[in-house]
Write a protein that binds this ligand. Structure first.
Ligand code: CP
Length: 313
């Protein structure tokens, strides 16, 4: 049994193995393969998709769920440390899924926890389960993860999903295009990462139909209001990029728009029924990948899943 703290810890074969598991869960999401286990979800920051899809995944696999979605109801408000909280909850559970505003919180938790930790987002740092569902979505729509042109648009400074995605895609020879206002550009450490692993990338502030015409994947992101110390600066940049339907006129037929969600206004609502829009299915794919993650951290293998006799549907 092992934790899932950073996508960087997973090799290419780990990633493809987990994606294979996800496919098994798309075929049969309802099983009792985690019957008798308890999954704890500790969300110190707000979430809709990640928490509810992990909890749905646990329930569909026959596990029970404990936890909180509002840290105000936990003893952290009385000053209990993260270490003590994790050690307590580990007494009650077989795996802990946690989201925290501090970068490195999941790593710290994994160092003290006797049960596996799943990082459901730590500050602006990492969101590995999101990346796995992003990879699944890219593979499902493009037929392969190899040699793609991926455009990352919006808040590339604070957006943890784009940071994790770059790390995972290093195995698949991508070309990245970073589109962000200067103040929200991709942090130097991730550009250095690209250079280190020979990942091609371009940078621009421009966003128009000619740029979109080159994309296989257009990955839109929300400007992360909660990470700004200066709200005037947020107001200045929040509407920099709004994807409008007319901007898709030159898009490749199979280009897909991804977004980790929640959306504010960066994708016009009238795109939702456009064949290029994939973000709601992307979120749905999160259920299959989170079933795979929960099984993986419990030591259940792809072979166990393939030979599983507990399928209910
Ligand atoms: N994509 C994502 O992390 O969404 P939530 O914040 O709703 O969990």
């Amino acid at each position: 049994k092992s934790s899932l703290v950073s996508i960087a810890h997973l090799s290419k074969s780990d990633l493809t193995y987990l994606l294979e598991m996800g496919k098994e869960f798309e075929k049969h999401p309802n099983r009792k393969i985690l019957d008798g286990r308890i999954v704890a979800t500790l969300f110190f920051e707000p979430s809709t998709r990640t928490r509810l899809s992990f909890e749905t995944a646990a329930n569909r696999l026959g596990a029970k769920v404990i936890g909180f979605s509002d840290p105000k109801v936990s003893s952290s408000t009385k000053g209990e440390t993260l270490k003590d909280t994790i050690m307590m909850v580990a007494n009650y559970s077989d795996a802990i899924v946690m989201r925290h505003h501090l970068e490195g919180a999941a790593l710290r938790a994994s160092e003290v926890s006797p049960v596996p930790i799943v990082n459901a987002g730590d500050g602006s740092h990492q969101h590995p389960s999101q990346t796995l569902l992003d990879l699944y979505s890219i593979q499902q729509t493009q037929g392969s993860l190899e040699n793609l042109n991926i455009f990352l648009v919006g808040d590339l400074k604070y957006g943890r999903t784009v940071h994790s995605l770059i790390m995972a895609m290093r195995h698949f020879n991508p070309t990245f295009h970073f589109i962000a206002p200067k103040s929200l550009e991709m942090p130097a450490e991730y550009k250095y990462f690209c250079q280190k692993y020979g990942i091609r990338f371009t940078e621009t502030e421009e966003f128009n139909e000619d740029i979109i015409s080159k994309a296989d994947i257009l990955y839109m992101t929300r400007v992360q209001k909660e990470r700004f110390t200066d709200l005037m600066e947020y107001e200045r940049v929040k509407d920099t990029y709004i994807l409008q339907r007319r901007m898709l006129c030159k898009a490749k037929d199979n280009m897909k728009i991804l977004h980790p969600l929640p959306r504010v206004n960066e994708i016009s609502q009238d795109i939702d029924d456009n064949p290029h829009a994939y973000y709601f299915q992307q979120a749905k794919n999160g259920l299959y990948m989170r079933e795979a993650i929960l099984c993986h951290v419990q030591g259940i293998t792809l072979n166990d899943i393939k030979s599983d006799k507990t399928i209910l549907d």
